[in-house]
Write a protein that binds this ligand. Structure first.
Ligand code: AKB
Length: 316
């Protein structure tokens, strides 16, 4: 039997591409996209769409019942930089939306949940090179706190109530279709757009700030991969470390210069520098590779080639 899927936060950076992929796999009418507004019209017009506030339990429940939903991907969240500006809103959205879907799964309305965690669960006391799956986690951002607490709740609902919840710790995600919003890793998307449109970019992180990153196609493969794996393979019910590439602003700029020789980068670190400094430089994701055969395809050079190719078409 085909899954009936609800994506909450479908207009966002990952949600929009996840919706397209799941519609290819499961059929347009089996994937219901939802968001708090209709800001992404291409997405809204591409199949069934509902306006849902993820904080509203009854709205989420009614939608699940009306469409006979069995699987929910909860992609709505306030990210690290926005979360620092609106701490209570970040806590409210990130935690309550998670409780809503976990409780719908606990009550039997839905069967399976995907909830994204993040490298933001780690903090300054975490070993920052090849960060292990199980390690010290003392996040310094509100976003990181919500993700760390969320992981504990996911594991609790799985162990105590048998809820089939699956999660990965996304690094920064780079894509050309939809812009990210409110994250610390957003520079790695903005830089490509500015390289094409202005041949220059002022980076809000310092040139040597190394962070874990991933091309969108790999992130979507990982998301679908963990959700479609046999449940016995999912040994970790908090969230899996996930990695592909790590680079600094200087390294990504050098990779862009191979395609746009006149490109210039300058550096003006702001409040996001402290957030980036508290996160790992690289991640050990061997558990995900072993348990459910995760593998990435894109390195920095392959990603830059694709980003520049697609963005040139878009801006032309
Ligand atoms: C952010 O920068 O806040 C996000 C993340 C790493 O979770 N992209």
């Amino acid at each position: 039997m085909k899954s009936k899927i609800l994506i909450i936060g479908a207009c966002g950076q990952i949600g929009s591409e996840l919706t397209s992929k799941l519609r290819q796999l499961h059929g347009i009418d089996n994937v219901i996209a939802s968001d708090i507004n209709t800001r992404n019209l291409d997405l809204v017009n591409s199949g069934p769409f509902e306006i849902i506030d993820a904080k509203n339990f009854n709205a989420v429940k009614d939608c699940c019942k009306n469409y006979n939903i069995d699987t929910v991907y909860l992609m709505a969240a306030l990210l690290s930089a926005t979360g620092e500006k609106y701490p209570m809103e970040a806590w409210d959205l990130n935690m309550n939306s998670l409780f809503h879907v976990l409780n719908l799964a606990k009550g039997g309305t839905i069967k399976k949940v995907f909830w994204p965690s993040s490298i933001a669960v780690f903090g300054p006391t975490t070993p920052n090179k090849n960060t292990p799956q199980h390690t010290t986690m003392e996040p310094t951002t509100v976003y990181g706190i919500t993700k760390q607490v969320g992981e504990r709740w996911c594991e609790y609902y799985n162990q105590r109530y048998g809820v089939d919840v699956r999660s990965i710790r996304y690094p920064g995600i780079i894509s050309w279709k939809t812009m990210p919003g409110g994250g610390t890793t957003d520079y790695a998307v903005e830089i490509y757009h500015k390289a094409i449109t202005e041949k220059k970019y002022e980076c809000f992180l310092s040139k040597e700030t190394e962070l874990p990153m991933m091309f969108m196609e790999d992130a979507i493969d990982a998301t679908v991969g963990i959700m479609e794996s046999d449940t016995k393979k999912i040994q970790i019910r908090s969230a899996y470390n996930l990695a592909a590439i790590s680079f600094t602003p200087e390294q990504i700029a050098n990779s862009i210069k191979k395609h746009i020789p006149g490109f210039q980068i300058t550096y003006k670190p702001d409040f996001r520098q402290a957030i980036a400094d508290s996160w790992p430089k690289s991640i050990d994701d061997s558990a995900a590779r072993k348990d459910w055969s995760w593998n990435h395809k894109y390195d920095l050079e392959a990603m830059t080639k694709e980003m520049i190719l697609q963005l040139k078409k878009k801006y032309n």
